[in-house]
Ligand binder design. Structure first.
Ligand code: AIR
Length: 291
């Protein structure tokens, strides 16, 4: 098969030209990185599982009215997405203290936070994704206040929905990181869309009964086999058979390929919703000076 043109390669994914205008193809690699890529390993099957999990969760989120860049799955490792302009802000919501907040504020890991905490990080690898606040984001022009409000609103919707979804399969959603993108409409309106991926690479998920960590912390802190954790999440979501798709460190290609058939029905029902930026000063493109 002729290879499409790669437009951008990140730590865990590659973005290729799409099959139609306004689309990209998002390819999930098996690479795992942590601590700003100081730690790196290739883990067979990780890309397949994240592609599958993210496709499923994005479809579910779309169905409750969270606009996402996800269009449909193409194969084991690839999905068709809308071409959006990524906003360079990583938004994190925490329900339970873990990871950097414990270090930064001296909170004991596992402490249930009295209310979810939202944090922002500037998406800049060279700087190690530093934490920032709304003033940095608006003043430095990464997002305007309307966009920011929309991102935070959508992130809380995602949190509410995913908390319930994971609770139903015996998992606690400790925290997660989201990225958003802009899609420009025909009339210059802006749609804010959930982008990137929603997977155990950027969510912390603990088993409710045992406290076992099933997410990327397994890799970050050598807590156990990474794909076994991701497989467990995929199994509970009903996305892969009980027997799993990794055998002896290798992915069972046949089984994995059979998973391509996903619920694209919901994707067809998706609707776009423009964010309101107040009354335009110049609604019809006529002269701005009043009569
Ligand atoms: N995250 C942040 N940057 C990259 C990722 N994947 C996610 C982590 C965790 C949450 O954001 O996976 O779910 C908070 O991370 P931390 O390190 O700030 O505690």
């Amino acid at each position: 098969m002729a290879r499409r043109k790669a437009l951008f390669e990140g730590k865990a994914k590659i973005i290729y030209e799409g099959t139609e205008p306004g689309t990209f193809i998002q390819y999930f690699k098996d690479d795992a990185t942590a601590f700003n890529a100081e730690k790196h390993e290739v883990i067979a099957g990780k890309g397949v599982l994240n592609n599958r999990i993210s496709a499923h969760l994005m479809t579910k989120l779309e169905s409750i009215g969270v606009p996402t860049h996800f269009i449909r799955s193409l194969n084991m490792r690839e999905q068709l997405i809308r071409e959006v302009e990524i906003i360079p802000v990583e938004l994190t919501i925490r329900n339970i203290a873990a990871g950097s907040i414990c270090k930064r504020l001296g909170i004991k890991e596992g402490t249930v936070l009295p209310q979810p905490i939202v944090e922002f990080y500037y998406k800049k690898d060279e700087l190690g994704d530093p934490m920032v606040n709304e003033n940095h984001i608006v003043a430095l022009g990464w997002a305007d206040p309307y966009e920011l409000e929309e991102m935070v609103g959508q992130a809380f919707r995602v949190n509410d929905y995913l908390n319930g979804l994971f609770a139903g399969i015996g998992l606690r959603l400790v925290d997660f990181k989201l990225e958003f993108g802009r899609l420009y409409g025909e009339y210059g309106e802006v749609y804010i869309m959930l982008a990137d991926e929603v997977s155990p690479d950027n969510c912390r998920l603990w088993d409710d009964a045992t406290g076992e960590k099933l997410d990327k912390d397994r890799f970050r802190f050598d807590l156990g086999n990474l794909v076994e954790g991701y497989q467990e999440i995929a199994k509970r979501l009903g996305l892969i058979p009980e027997t799993g798709i990794i055998e002896g460190g290798n992915i069972n290609e046949q089984l994995a390929a059979g998973l391509d058939e996903i619920e694209n029905e919901l994707a067809k029902q998706r609707r776009l919703r423009a964010i309101s930026k107040g009354t335009p000063k110049n609604p019809r493109g006529t002269s701005g000076t009043s009569a």
